[in-house]
Design a protein around this ligand. Structure first.
Ligand code: PEP
Ligand code: MN
Length: 264
């Protein structure tokens, strides 16, 4: 179901009547790693919606490496996301980690993200076939392209045609960057599937000063969009502080990407 049937076959996954992945416009998702407060998300929404960034992100169920680290605001965070979505008329995306969370998340946001650590959680993928909302599927930490496409196939074959693939870097031997952004995979996925493909340079590189060059390269490779972490006070982010852009840098980056997108 994920395979291209002819060279021009391209699915558009719509989040609203204005925002669609895989169409002619690049779609940029911005926001913090974690939803921390209503004030934080209001500030983010206000700055980014004017940029314009087309959708907001923010985790409320967080897959933290340590069980002692903050695990997310859960339902309170969903309320905050729904609030900024309606105040700023902007779609919102958040991660789903368990089947039991699907109903509440789908009731509050426009797109459900499957994180790297759950890319092969097959029961979750099957259940998301019935979520009734678009899915942002992130590549597993060490998944092959074949495994990635088959994970999408689980969602598609269980009834949900709206899947967006996200390359977010894979593990390798060099830990100077957090992961290794596989731009080759972006080019491959654009050729073999009709699904929109976006790139997460933030989790790929893990350092804020390296996000912009990877974002530009992703667009040049044919990505349909980007998901980028940013925060009103980056150093104070409760998670992934090292890779968070300031809101000012985020807005500047969005503007600098326009000519790159126009040249592809
Ligand atoms: C995230 O987007 O905050 C996240 C946890 O990403 P990944 O699943 O790619 O590590
Ligand atoms: Mn993060």
């Amino acid at each position: 179901l994920a395979a291209k049937s002819h060279p021009d076959h391209q699915t558009v996954v719509n989040l609203s009547d204005k925002v669609g992945f895989g169409g002619t416009e690049l779609v940029i998702i911005g926001g913090p790693c974690t939803v921390e407060s209503a004030e934080q998300m209001e500030t983010v929404a206000q700055k980014l919606s004017a940029a314009p960034v087309q959708a907001l992100r923010g985790g409320v169920y967080k897959p933290r490496t340590s069980p002692y680290a903050f695990q997310g605001m859960a339902e309170d965070g969903l309320e905050i996301l729904a609030q900024v979505q309606s105040h700023y008329n902007i779609p919102v995306v958040t991660e789903v980690m368990a089947i039991s969370q699907i109903e509440a998340i789908a009731a509050h946001v426009d797109m459900l993200q499957v994180g790297s650590r759950n890319m092969q959680n097959f029961d979750l993928l099957k259940a998301l076939g019935q979520a009734g909302k678009p899915i942002l599927l992130k590549r597993g930490l060490a998944a092959t392209i074949e495994e990635f496409v088959m994970a999408a196939e689980y969602i598609l074959s269980h009834g949900n045609p709206d899947v967006v693939l996200c390359e977010r870097g894979i593990r390798s031997f060099d830990n100077y960057t957090r992961n290794v952004l596989d731009l080759g995979a972006v080019a491959v996925l654009k050729q073999i599937t009709h699904l929109p493909v976006i790139v997460d340079p933030s989790h790929a590189v893990g350092k804020r000063e390296l996000v912009a060059p990877l974002a530009k390269a992703a667009i040049a490779c044919g990505a349909d969009g980007l998901i980028i972490e940013c925060h009103p006070e980056p150093e104070k982010s409760v998670s992934d502080a090292r890779q968070a852009l300031s809101l000012e840098d985020m807005v500047n980056l969005v503007h600098s990407l326009k000519p790159v997108a126009a040249s592809v």
